[in-house]
Structure formats: C-alpha cells, structure tokens
Design a protein around this ligand. Sequence first.
Ligand code: SF4
Length: 473
Amino acid sequence: MNCEKITEFREKQNLTKAKLAKQLGVTGATLSKWERGESAPGVDALWQMAKIFNVSLDEFFENEEAKKKSAPTGMKSLRDLYKVGSGPSSSHTIGPENACKFFIGKNPDADNYKVILYGSLAKTGVGHRTDYVIEKTFAHRKVEIIFNETEENIPHANTMDMFAYKNGEQTDFARVMSVGGGSIKVEGMDYVEPEDVYTHTTFTEIKEYCINKKIDLWEYVLEVEGPDIAEFLLEMWQIMKDCIRSGLDAEGILPGGLNVQRKAKYLSLQRHVDETAETRENRMVCSYAFAVSEENACGNTIVVAPTCGASGVVPAVLYYQQRKRGFTDYEIAAALGVGGLIGNLVKTNASISGAECGCQAEIGTACAMAAAMLGRLFNLSIEQTEYASEIAIEHHLGLTCDPVCGLVQIPCIERNAVAAMRAINAVNLANFLSDTRMISLDSVIETMKQTGHAISREYRETSEGGLAKVVEL
Ligand code: SF4
C-alpha cells in the first residue's frame, strides 16, 4: 500500500496523529510506523481509516500506476474490457477463479489443495460466492477452503494463500491477490500490465481521426486491434447468448439468503392478448437483462461488460435487436466493438468500478456502451452515436452503489433492466436531436469521475448506505 496516503488523508481531515490513533484504538507509535511505511495496518484498520477519511479502500493502494491513470497515454485492447468468468463479482469470483486456474496449471498432479481466504474475501466471500467458484474451478480435485477473518497482516484486502500437497507433503505455495476487474497478482512474480493498443484516449480525438480518414468507429476498432478482434467479439457474443438462454430457462430462488425469486422466465412468458408493441419490447428486453443478471447472481458464466454487476445491459439490447431485426452475428460483433470503445474510454478516463465511482460507473457505463451499439446497428453517424452514449451516462450521474446485504441482486438486477431500456431511449433521442446537443461525451465522462469521487464512501460498494442500510430483509 501507499503509506504516504495515510498522512495525506489525515492532514486533509485536520487530524493530529494522536487524535487519529485514539480513534483507531492504536498507539501513536504504531500510527507513525504506518505513516513511515515501517509496518502496514491490517484490513480492519484500513476499513476504519477509509471510513474516517471518507475515501475508498482502493485509494490507499493508489500508486504511480494509478496516478498515470489521471493522465492516460493510451487505452488497452477490448480483450481487456470484455472478460469471461463466473459472477457475481470480478474481484471476489473472477479473480479467485483465475488464481485457482493459475495454481492448478502449476500443480496439475497434486493430490489435494488448500486455499485460505483473507480480508474482504474472507469476510464477504460466502455472500459473493467465492467458495462456490473455488470449488467449481477445482472441480473433481480435493480442495479445503478456510476463511481467515482475523489475520490483518496481509498485502491486499483480497488476498488468498494456496497450497498443493502430494503424498501428504506440501509441494507448492502461492500468495495471490485479486486486485480488481478479475486481474490477479502473484507475490514474487512480476505483474505485467497489458499494453496499450490505442493511442487516442478521448472520443474527440477518435472522432477527428475517423472523420479525417473517412472511416466509421468499427473500422477504427479493426484498424487498431487488427481483424482478429472480430473473432474475439463473436466469441463474446456467443457466450452472452448462451447466458441469456440459460437464464431464461432457469427458475427458483437466487442464492445468498435474500430469497429473491428468478424472474427472467416469468417475464419472457407473460404474453397479453392485447399487448402493445412497446410493452412487449419493454418486457422482452427486461427479461433478457434479468436472465443475465440472475445467472451472474448465481455465480454462472457471464461476459463482464464492463463489470459483473452490470453484465445484463449490453446482451439484453443486442439479443432483442438480433431477434427482432435479424442482425447477423458479425453485425452484433461490430456493435460490441463500437460499444466497447465507449467502455474503454470510461475505464481509461474515469472508472467502471462501483467501489470507486458508484453505480453510475457500472450501470451508467453499460448503458452508454449499449446506446453506442444501437447507434452502430441503426447506422447512426459518429456524432449521433456520441450523443446517444452521452445521454446514457448523463442520466445516470450520481447513481450510488448500495447492494442489499452485499449481494449483487437488489437493486442490481432491476437496474440492469432499466438501463437496457434507457439505452434504447437514449439512441432514439440522439437520432432526432443530435444537432441540438451541447455536451460532449468526454465532458460527461469527466463529470462522472468527479461526481464519483464526491460520492460518500457509504455509497460506493460498501453496503453501508442507501438501500443496503435502510432496507431490512
Ligand atoms: S448497485 Fe453496486 S453492485 Fe449493484 S450493479 Fe450497481 S455498482 Fe454493481
């Protein structure tokens, strides 16, 4: 962690060392050691400080890499945006899933394995289905899972230790950190950041480039990423469709203890004799969004677009349009490329993390991506596509993250459905009104970042505010 952050945040709050130490229940000497980097606070102390300073936990770990993020010099490939994994949370399920795959790959012949979860993985792992995904990934192999909620001396809030055994002897060990977005760091191994492939980092730059070269946004994606990107996006689309179909087939109660009933199938079958086309569209799009979000809540396979919690928006609008208008899979892949570009811009210039900027960053971004995809499918101009995405984000500004009991179910599932409908609305408005627009996509992304940082910590994926606090279930 970045120890200077403790001093910086303490001074911003006008707190003396003695006062802060008292609030934390530690000695002044301990706090001084933390601030000098001679020792590190445990997870509980970090949580307490985050609360006192009103910042996210991640902000303690902000380092030079994170600073670079505020002045981006490039953007990563769309392969780094769309990821396949088990829901419901990229840090609690996809990260651990990748850690298990890494460790099994290293020790394919072990007799048995042990995984110890620490920090947030230990405290909220059951609700987030971390144990379920570990067992699923180890499949037929013998694995013991231990939740260690008390160990404080860990390098990251999402840390896991992994052991392999052969003939009763320990043969390997790895300490792995799930550092967000499904990415992992293995202690002792260099973490290689994926390279930037886009040199442009704003929509304005991309738009100018495309207009000068007389190419559209999909041609731009192909030019930068290479023709293979179409293959990758087709694969993502196939998984999205499979996920919708499984979600529409399933019934029953979602795991986690909230007793939330699956509703996708029910919604898709509620045909009324005199149903209007608009009502049907609403019902079907929502049923697809529910289908994916419910699969995500169950820990099943989804495509992160751009996060697990918001993974229902994009497939819902695309599936509806493909069924209604017969778009080919390639046309849908091209739309995923254009929408991915928007997700990439938000990820690069603001955030797609609910823990960093609230739900506007997850659902708002997914809505903007879906709006741009519809722009592509309906042959909208670059200006109109920009406007559609801008509308989609603008009207999610300030949306907080407050999942009840920390489960990605209430309000997340409905929120996916509402955002899918809002994307359709945004593209319709943009189609008619783009000549009158006054706000650029880049400005609204910057506004989202500033708004996100101003949102109190309770409303940024801590389940300590909003619905998560008020609603008792
Ligand atoms: S409320 Fe939070 S967890 Fe749920 S979708 Fe929004 S950002 Fe994700």
